[in-house]
Design a protein around this ligand. Structure first.
Ligand code: G3P
Ligand code: CA
Length: 215
């Protein structure tokens, strides 16, 4: 079962920062999860919200600032994270905005980071449709907070690698169903020890947690 660090190691460092990814690697994760938006100059940058208000000392929309400025205030580019991680773990890239899809695929084409160690996921299934038609070798994760059934139907359509559900949607029957259909299951965001015990008992393939050392 894969230990997946949510936004790096969100429980221990500021989320989606180089320090957070470094911490996750030190904690021995198999994979980090991160969120991608697009800068003003069209570069994929790693931040969860559409604004920089919550996680930096500045305010405004991510897409109002250049990647160089964002880097200077602690928001890394996707490329910066590849350079940090090198070969040390896999990366789950969650694309937050549709416009970031093609720029992310472009970065992937031009990196030495191994494609087989990347999963692209999104709640916006249009993003995954584009990845399916343009990035044939990339593993895709169908994010859902609402319905395993709908996620399964869509996963078959795009030949996805995994279903990435809100963990409270899971039960023994639907995990079995996901597996019988040939998909992995990577629930999020499981932090509480009792929840971790429950989710592990379902025999999921990996867990996304702010505290990956608890897994
Ligand atoms: O990728 C799983 C999880 O990160 C999705 O929710 O809001 O933390 O991006 P959120
Ligand atoms: Ca995320």
């Amino acid at each position: 079962m894969l230990k997946i660090g949510h936004r790096g190691a969100k429980g221990y460092a500021t989320e989606n920062t180089i320090a957070s990814f470094q911490k996750a690697i030190e904690l021995g994760v198999d994979m980090i999860e991160l969120d991608v938006h697009l800068s003003k100059d069209g570069i994929p940058v790693v931040i969860h919200d559409e604004t920089i208000d919550r996680t930096t000392h500045y305010s405004g929309f991510v897409n109002q600032f250049t990647a160089e400025f964002l880097q200077s205030i602690g928001v890394p580019t996707l490329r910066d994270v590849f350079d940090l991680v090198e070969n040390r773990c896999a990366i789950n890239i969650e694309i937050k905005v549709f416009v970031a899809t093609k720029p992310v695929l472009e970065v992937l084409k031009n990196t030495k980071f191994p494609q087989e160690k990347i999963i692209i996921s999104s709640f916006n299934w249009d993003v995954l449709n584009v990845c399916h038609s343009e990035g044939e070798n990339i593993s895709l994760g169908v994010l859902t907070e609402l319905s395993i059934e709908e996620a399964l139907t869509f996963a078959k359509k795009i030949n996805a690698y995994s279903i990435n559900p809100y963990f409270k949607l899971l039960n023994p029957e639907n995990v079995k169903d996901i597996h019988q259909n040939g998909f992995k299951v990577f629930p999020w965001t499981v932090n509480n020890p009792d929840d971790i015990t429950f989710v592990k008992s379902l025999k999921v393939d990996g867990i996304i947690s702010d505290f990956p050392d608890r897994l």
